[in-house]
Ligand binder design. Structure first.
Ligand SMILES: [Fe+2]
Length: 275
């Protein structure tokens, strides 16, 4: 299995604090069944931003330590980029690492509280450049809790959706758990990530998350989420097959909320058309 999202590199972000912690985290993820981890430290649009060179340099150090400790896990480069309007310019200038450094997919995150207005513009510009956005943990963004149709819309536009595997066990709260369940039931998740920042309290937390996901999506789809799809992304290829996305698993309350969202959207567009 392949973990598409982790903060295992020491010293670079709010993840691992030192090499000992890194080794502990990698051991846990290996015990959960991951043979390959993409290291995706947070990258922000700041003057002293975390450069690809720093990430690659630290990966080499970690690889060396893993070899010495005889932990058979492969570490590949990546980054979790906090969305900003000039992202595409930075990608062109090679200031941001793509997944596996293949130049085809980039992991990005949004603010947890509010989706910025420029989000879809950045998605579009990346796609025009030939780079597919991989959205980190949509189930954790508060403004999406009552708007799963927005996640559906992004999937239809070709955005790859990465689910945090512990969301489904309530690690990020009941609402994130609920949206994770809707996403899994609706086939609105393409890849999984541990999003591990430190050694987990319980060795079992990853395994329990994986088990719950398997129970919801079934064996074949589980294999796609954990192995086939992330491998395809890393090879820089498109995910196979056309999908007809639709929302499933909505509670009565969520269905009602969805109706109102559609209603409000319809009339706000009509008003705009009248201007
Ligand atoms: Fe993360």
């Amino acid at each position: 299995m392949l973990d598409l999202h982790s903060h295992i590199l020491p010293w670079l972000d709010d993840g691992s604090k030192n090499m000992a912690e890194t080794l502990g985290m990698v051991r846990q993820l290996h015990a959960a069944g991951f043979k390959t981890l993409i290291a995706t430290p947070h990258v922000l649009e700041v003057r002293d931003f975390l450069s690809p060179a720093e990430i690659l340099f630290t990966i080499e150090k970690v690889r060396k330590c893993l070899a010495e400790a005889e932990i058979p896990v492969e570490i590949l480069p990546g980054a979790e980029v906090y969305i900003f309007p000039d992202m595409v310019k930075w990608v062109r200038e090679r200031k941001l690492l793509t997944l596996g450094d293949k130049g085809k997919y980039i992991l990005l995150e949004l603010p947890l509280l509010e989706i910025p207005d420029f989000t879809e513009q950045v998605f579009f510009e990346l796609q025009v450049l030939g780079i597919t956005p991989v959205l980190a943990h949509p189930e954790r963004y508060r403004s999406l809790y009552d708007q799963p149709e927005r996640v559906l819309d992004w999937a239809r536009k070709g955005i790859i959706l990465q689910l945090d595997l512990r969301s489904i066990r309530g690690y990020y709260g009941p609402q994130a758990r609920q949206l994770a369940e809707i996403m899994l039931k609706s086939d609105l998740s393409h890849v999984l990530g541990s999003d591990s920042h430190r050694v987990a309290d319980s060795e079992l937390s990853y395994l329990e998350g994986l088990q719950s996901i398997k129970e919801i999506v079934g064996k074949t789809r589980y294999h796609e989420l954990t192995s086939l799809n992330p491998q395809t992304l890393l090879e820089g290829n498109p995910l196979p097959g056309e999908r007809n996305y639709s929302l499933r698993g909505l509670s009565a309350k969520k269905k009602k909320q969805r109706f109102w969202n559609l209603f409000v959207n319809y009339f706000s567009k009509s008003e705009l058309n009248d201007i």
